[in-house]
Ligand binder design. Sequence first.
Ligand code: 13P
Length: 254
Amino acid sequence: MDKERRLIIAGNWKMNKTVAEALDLVNGIKREVASVKEVDIVVCPPFTALSEVSKAILNSNLRLGAQNMNENGYGAFTGEIAAGMLKEFSVRYVILGHSERRQCQKETDQLISKKALAAHGASLKPIVCVGETLAERDGGLTEKVLDTQVRGSLAGLSKAQMEETIIAYEPVWAIGTGKTATAAQAQEAHAFIRRLVGKLFDQNIARRARIQYGGSVKPSNARELMGLPDVDGALVGGASLDDRSFGEIVRNSI
Ligand code: 13P
């Protein structure tokens, strides 16, 4: 595939896997994708497995991501994890503002932008998630919602920081439902987000910005989705919990 932007495929393991299971999974993924050089491949285990998974992927083509972090440095924030703590395990990426956190933890765009700034402060690359609900799509509000979320979640980032930021478009109605956005729906949303990044930053940054698609990505639809002009990778949930499916998604995207 001939794209200017390098694809980035990340597995979001969500609240799954004990340490032993995480090691089984990551070792399987390592085998599945050992020969792949064309794509950035990221695994995002739960915090409790970061240490062991980090050791397991040393000297491999896999990189490590976390699923969340706190917007503050160290201090009295019971139960939270700071960017600096993630760095200890060679974490390179951090998913921010996933729709599950927007819904369950009531994360706002303003909070997500603070987290993105804190991530950059620690040289972590944020994967900033945006996406509309089914009611919003049915109400014709998709672009309005994406506009608000992208503006708000990326607020305050410098151009240099935006260059190191990944956006994940995850329509909420496609997450864990088996329903995937059609190629046309995904392309339209990604092109809209890219145009917006152009307005907020500049055209060169927009041209280089990597925008992942997330929502029921599986081996059977990866090739079509990853082939779309403005889709630059995937954020995979369910199918990333199986080494063979995740490996196939990665290989099918090349
Ligand atoms: P599924 O692939 O299970 O739909 O989840 C997508 C997702 O939320 C990735 O962050």
